[in-house]
Design a protein around this ligand. Sequence first.
Ligand code: GRF
Length: 194
Amino acid sequence: MKKIAIFISGRGSNMQAIAQEVKSGILQNLCQIVLVFSNNCAAGGLQIARQNGLPVGCIESSGKKRTEFDREVIAFLQPYQPDYIILAGYMRILSPVFIKTYEGKIINIHPADTRLHQGLHAYQWAFENQLETTTITIHYVNEGVDTGQIIAQQNVDLKGAATLEEMEQRGLQAEYNLYSRTLAMLFAESDAQQ
Ligand code: GRF
């Protein structure tokens, strides 16, 4: 049974979808959420996490240097001993000290093919370029922005999506599905190896 800490900065809908699968879906008995963490204490997702009875924590990142902030986060995480850090809309670039501490254990979801688009506003990019499909990507996190090894991808049909909101809604449904399925696969594999 893996211990996971989910990192969010805002809405937290991916976190909520994972929490649902942990409670009574494909992640049940594969992992437990030991912490929902945010760098933004006003993140809407923290409230959702609390309502779901999940342990929450936050440290405000604004005005702090990346390494200084990440050292605080590492110390904060210590008592929770997470096996994996699951980024779900976490809007901070992680510093090398954080990446080293959790080497190979940090996973992110990106709403595009990371080989084609990195960074923010991936749905807007798809919308503006009138893409007929986009590719949701789950990847390991390294020191670059959306450059880590790809774990899983899934295409989403965007044809006929008239607005950016509609496109994002379609994409998000695929995100929820792919993230939990991929984590379930990873955790099951790693349990089998032990
Ligand atoms: C998602 O589109 C995710 O792929 C991206 O940021 C968004 C976060 O949404 N990294 P939410 O906070 O999970 O609702």
